[in-house]
Design a protein around this ligand. Structure first.
Ligand SMILES: Nc1ncnc2c1ncn2[C@@H]1O[C@H](COP(=O)(O)OP(=O)(O)O)[C@@H](O)[C@H]1O
Ligand SMILES: [Mg+2]
Length: 229
Protein backbone atom coordinates (compact mmCIF):
# COMPACT_ATOMS: atom_id res chain seq x y z
CA UNK A 1 0.00 0.00 0.00
CA UNK A 2 1.16 3.52 -0.63
CA UNK A 3 1.11 6.43 1.75
CA UNK A 4 -1.64 8.97 1.32
CA UNK A 5 -0.90 10.95 4.46
CA UNK A 6 2.49 11.74 6.01
CA UNK A 7 2.44 14.13 8.95
CA UNK A 8 5.53 14.93 10.97
CA UNK A 9 5.69 16.82 14.26
CA UNK A 10 2.43 18.67 13.68
CA UNK A 11 1.86 21.50 16.09
CA UNK A 12 -1.09 23.88 15.98
CA UNK A 13 -1.30 26.86 18.26
CA UNK A 14 -4.41 29.03 18.32
CA UNK A 15 -4.59 32.57 19.60
CA UNK A 16 -2.38 35.63 19.88
CA UNK A 17 0.63 36.51 21.99
CA UNK A 18 -1.51 36.99 25.11
CA UNK A 19 -3.59 33.86 25.09
CA UNK A 20 -2.35 30.77 23.35
CA UNK A 21 -3.81 27.31 23.15
CA UNK A 22 -1.64 24.46 21.98
CA UNK A 23 -4.31 22.36 20.28
CA UNK A 24 -1.91 19.90 18.70
CA UNK A 25 1.52 19.08 20.02
CA UNK A 26 4.12 17.08 18.08
CA UNK A 27 1.79 14.67 16.32
CA UNK A 28 3.36 12.41 13.71
CA UNK A 29 1.50 9.77 11.73
CA UNK A 30 1.26 8.09 8.36
CA UNK A 31 -1.87 6.70 6.76
CA UNK A 32 -1.88 4.36 3.78
CA UNK A 33 -4.38 4.39 0.97
CA UNK A 34 -7.35 2.20 1.84
CA UNK A 35 -7.01 2.43 5.61
CA UNK A 36 -10.00 3.02 7.90
CA UNK A 37 -8.86 5.06 10.89
CA UNK A 38 -10.82 6.24 13.92
CA UNK A 39 -9.58 9.25 15.89
CA UNK A 40 -10.66 9.18 19.52
CA UNK A 41 -9.99 11.26 22.61
CA UNK A 42 -11.73 13.52 25.12
CA UNK A 43 -13.41 16.74 24.11
CA UNK A 44 -10.79 19.43 23.50
CA UNK A 45 -7.99 16.91 22.87
CA UNK A 46 -7.33 18.22 19.34
CA UNK A 47 -9.27 15.74 17.20
CA UNK A 48 -11.00 18.32 15.00
CA UNK A 49 -7.81 20.37 14.74
CA UNK A 50 -5.92 17.32 13.49
CA UNK A 51 -8.67 16.36 11.06
CA UNK A 52 -8.85 19.89 9.65
CA UNK A 53 -5.11 19.92 8.99
CA UNK A 54 -5.17 16.45 7.41
CA UNK A 55 -8.14 17.54 5.28
CA UNK A 56 -6.25 20.67 4.17
CA UNK A 57 -8.89 22.94 5.68
CA UNK A 58 -6.37 24.41 8.11
CA UNK A 59 -2.59 24.65 8.37
CA UNK A 60 -0.24 23.57 11.10
CA UNK A 61 1.78 26.19 12.99
CA UNK A 62 4.86 24.01 12.58
CA UNK A 63 5.77 20.54 11.42
CA UNK A 64 5.28 19.13 7.95
CA UNK A 65 2.33 17.64 6.14
CA UNK A 66 2.35 15.74 2.87
CA UNK A 67 -0.88 14.66 1.22
CA UNK A 68 -0.54 12.25 -1.70
CA UNK A 69 3.22 12.78 -1.72
CA UNK A 70 3.05 16.57 -1.96
CA UNK A 71 3.93 19.05 0.77
CA UNK A 72 0.72 20.97 1.39
CA UNK A 73 2.54 24.13 2.63
CA UNK A 74 4.40 24.42 -0.64
CA UNK A 75 1.18 25.07 -2.58
CA UNK A 76 -0.79 28.28 -3.00
CA UNK A 77 -4.32 28.23 -1.55
CA UNK A 78 -6.06 27.78 -4.93
CA UNK A 79 -3.94 24.72 -5.74
CA UNK A 80 -4.73 23.23 -2.33
CA UNK A 81 -8.42 23.92 -2.90
CA UNK A 82 -8.23 21.98 -6.16
CA UNK A 83 -6.62 18.94 -4.55
CA UNK A 84 -9.16 19.10 -1.73
CA UNK A 85 -12.15 19.29 -4.09
CA UNK A 86 -10.93 16.46 -6.25
CA UNK A 87 -9.56 14.03 -3.70
CA UNK A 88 -11.29 14.66 -0.38
CA UNK A 89 -14.87 14.49 0.90
CA UNK A 90 -16.03 15.89 4.24
CA UNK A 91 -18.83 14.98 6.61
CA UNK A 92 -19.55 16.86 9.83
CA UNK A 93 -21.74 16.29 12.84
CA UNK A 94 -24.22 18.90 11.61
CA UNK A 95 -25.64 17.73 8.32
CA UNK A 96 -25.34 21.16 6.63
CA UNK A 97 -27.91 20.41 3.94
CA UNK A 98 -29.76 23.14 2.09
CA UNK A 99 -33.30 23.24 3.52
CA UNK A 100 -36.32 22.95 1.22
CA UNK A 101 -34.01 21.54 -1.43
CA UNK A 102 -34.26 18.04 -2.83
CA UNK A 103 -31.82 15.24 -2.10
CA UNK A 104 -30.71 15.30 -5.73
CA UNK A 105 -29.99 19.04 -5.69
CA UNK A 106 -28.17 18.83 -2.35
CA UNK A 107 -25.89 16.11 -3.68
CA UNK A 108 -25.21 17.96 -6.95
CA UNK A 109 -24.10 21.04 -5.03
CA UNK A 110 -20.29 20.42 -4.92
CA UNK A 111 -20.31 19.91 -8.69
CA UNK A 112 -21.19 23.58 -9.12
CA UNK A 113 -17.69 24.37 -7.89
CA UNK A 114 -15.94 21.69 -9.94
CA UNK A 115 -15.07 21.70 -13.62
CA UNK A 116 -17.44 18.79 -14.29
CA UNK A 117 -19.70 19.57 -17.28
CA UNK A 118 -23.29 20.16 -16.22
CA UNK A 119 -24.73 17.34 -18.35
CA UNK A 120 -22.89 14.85 -16.10
CA UNK A 121 -24.14 16.22 -12.80
CA UNK A 122 -27.30 14.18 -12.51
CA UNK A 123 -25.62 10.85 -13.25
CA UNK A 124 -22.82 11.55 -10.80
CA UNK A 125 -25.29 12.56 -8.10
CA UNK A 126 -27.39 9.44 -8.74
CA UNK A 127 -24.33 7.24 -8.45
CA UNK A 128 -23.44 8.82 -5.08
CA UNK A 129 -27.04 8.58 -3.84
CA UNK A 130 -27.07 4.86 -4.71
CA UNK A 131 -23.91 4.32 -2.65
CA UNK A 132 -25.81 5.51 0.44
CA UNK A 133 -28.95 3.58 -0.51
CA UNK A 134 -31.27 6.57 -0.87
CA UNK A 135 -32.48 6.07 -4.46
CA UNK A 136 -36.06 6.12 -3.18
CA UNK A 137 -35.66 9.63 -1.73
CA UNK A 138 -34.37 11.63 -4.74
CA UNK A 139 -37.13 14.21 -4.84
CA UNK A 140 -37.64 14.47 -1.08
CA UNK A 141 -36.68 17.77 0.41
CA UNK A 142 -33.99 17.62 3.08
CA UNK A 143 -36.36 18.74 5.85
CA UNK A 144 -38.59 15.72 5.10
CA UNK A 145 -35.83 13.26 5.98
CA UNK A 146 -34.87 11.54 9.23
CA UNK A 147 -31.53 12.38 10.86
CA UNK A 148 -29.96 9.18 9.54
CA UNK A 149 -31.18 9.92 6.02
CA UNK A 150 -29.88 13.49 6.24
CA UNK A 151 -26.44 12.26 7.18
CA UNK A 152 -26.53 9.76 4.30
CA UNK A 153 -27.30 12.67 1.96
CA UNK A 154 -24.31 14.50 3.45
CA UNK A 155 -22.17 11.44 2.69
CA UNK A 156 -23.52 11.25 -0.87
CA UNK A 157 -22.63 14.92 -1.29
CA UNK A 158 -19.11 14.17 -0.02
CA UNK A 159 -18.88 11.30 -2.53
CA UNK A 160 -20.09 13.09 -5.62
CA UNK A 161 -16.60 14.08 -6.80
CA UNK A 162 -15.47 10.48 -6.27
CA UNK A 163 -12.89 11.36 -3.59
CA UNK A 164 -10.24 8.93 -2.54
CA UNK A 165 -10.53 9.89 1.11
CA UNK A 166 -13.47 10.75 3.36
CA UNK A 167 -12.92 12.86 6.48
CA UNK A 168 -15.77 12.64 8.98
CA UNK A 169 -15.93 14.65 12.23
CA UNK A 170 -18.31 12.89 14.64
CA UNK A 171 -20.71 11.95 11.83
CA UNK A 172 -22.91 9.97 14.21
CA UNK A 173 -22.94 12.65 16.92
CA UNK A 174 -26.54 13.64 16.16
CA UNK A 175 -27.87 10.16 15.39
CA UNK A 176 -29.54 7.50 17.48
CA UNK A 177 -27.89 4.09 17.86
CA UNK A 178 -29.70 2.41 14.99
CA UNK A 179 -29.07 5.24 12.53
CA UNK A 180 -25.45 5.43 13.70
CA UNK A 181 -24.84 1.78 12.84
CA UNK A 182 -26.62 2.11 9.49
CA UNK A 183 -24.36 5.04 8.69
CA UNK A 184 -21.21 3.20 9.76
CA UNK A 185 -22.19 0.18 7.63
CA UNK A 186 -22.28 2.52 4.62
CA UNK A 187 -18.93 4.05 5.56
CA UNK A 188 -17.55 0.52 5.90
CA UNK A 189 -18.77 -0.33 2.38
CA UNK A 190 -17.03 2.77 1.03
CA UNK A 191 -13.83 1.60 2.68
CA UNK A 192 -14.24 -1.91 1.26
CA UNK A 193 -14.48 -0.30 -2.19
CA UNK A 194 -11.01 1.12 -1.56
CA UNK A 195 -11.61 4.57 -0.15
CA UNK A 196 -9.53 5.79 2.75
CA UNK A 197 -11.64 6.80 5.74
CA UNK A 198 -10.77 8.94 8.75
CA UNK A 199 -13.54 9.31 11.28
CA UNK A 200 -13.60 11.09 14.62
CA UNK A 201 -15.77 9.55 17.28
CA UNK A 202 -16.25 9.43 21.03
CA UNK A 203 -17.87 6.04 20.91
CA UNK A 204 -16.09 2.74 21.16
CA UNK A 205 -18.76 0.91 19.10
CA UNK A 206 -18.26 3.38 16.27
CA UNK A 207 -14.46 3.16 16.47
CA UNK A 208 -14.79 -0.62 16.25
CA UNK A 209 -15.67 -0.28 12.56
CA UNK A 210 -12.16 1.03 11.89
CA UNK A 211 -9.02 -1.03 11.47
CA UNK A 212 -6.87 1.42 13.40
CA UNK A 213 -7.47 3.69 16.35
CA UNK A 214 -5.53 6.88 17.00
CA UNK A 215 -6.08 8.39 20.42
CA UNK A 216 -5.28 12.00 21.32
CA UNK A 217 -4.95 13.54 24.74
CA UNK A 218 -4.12 17.20 25.40
CA UNK A 219 -3.08 17.60 21.79
CA UNK A 220 -0.64 14.71 21.92
CA UNK A 221 -0.81 11.35 20.25
CA UNK A 222 -1.43 8.97 23.11
CA UNK A 223 -1.98 5.76 21.18
CA UNK A 224 -1.88 4.55 17.59
CA UNK A 225 -2.96 0.95 17.27
CA UNK A 226 -3.98 -1.43 14.49
CA UNK A 227 -7.16 -3.17 15.63
CA UNK A 228 -7.93 -5.26 12.53
CA UNK A 229 -5.87 -6.70 9.72
N1 LIG B 1 -10.46 28.40 16.38
C1 LIG B 1 -9.97 28.20 17.60
N2 LIG B 1 -9.46 29.22 18.31
C2 LIG B 1 -8.94 29.04 19.55
N3 LIG B 1 -8.89 27.84 20.16
C3 LIG B 1 -9.38 26.79 19.51
C4 LIG B 1 -9.95 26.90 18.19
N4 LIG B 1 -10.35 25.67 17.79
C5 LIG B 1 -10.05 24.84 18.79
N5 LIG B 1 -9.47 25.49 19.83
C6 LIG B 1 -8.97 24.89 21.07
O1 LIG B 1 -8.05 23.88 20.74
C7 LIG B 1 -8.23 22.71 21.55
C8 LIG B 1 -8.54 21.51 20.68
O2 LIG B 1 -9.81 21.71 20.06
P1 LIG B 1 -10.45 20.67 19.06
O3 LIG B 1 -9.44 20.28 18.04
O4 LIG B 1 -11.72 21.26 18.58
O5 LIG B 1 -10.72 19.41 20.02
P2 LIG B 1 -11.73 18.18 19.89
O6 LIG B 1 -12.19 18.11 18.46
O7 LIG B 1 -10.91 16.99 20.30
O8 LIG B 1 -12.84 18.43 20.84
C9 LIG B 1 -9.31 23.09 22.54
O9 LIG B 1 -8.70 23.57 23.71
C10 LIG B 1 -10.07 24.18 21.84
O10 LIG B 1 -10.69 25.04 22.77
MG1 LIG C 1 -14.12 18.24 17.65
Amino acid sequence: MSKLIEAKHLRRVYGNDDVQTVALDDVSLEIDRGEFVAIMGPSGSGKSTLLHILAMLDKQTSGSYKFDGKAVDAYPEDAIAKVRNKKAGFVFQAFNLLPRTTVLDNVELPLLYSDTPQHQWKDLALRAIKMVHLEHRLEHESNQLSGGEKQRVAIARALVNDPEIIFADEPTGNLDTKASHELMEIIKELNEEGRTIIVITHEKEIADYAGRIIRLRDGKLEEDRITKK
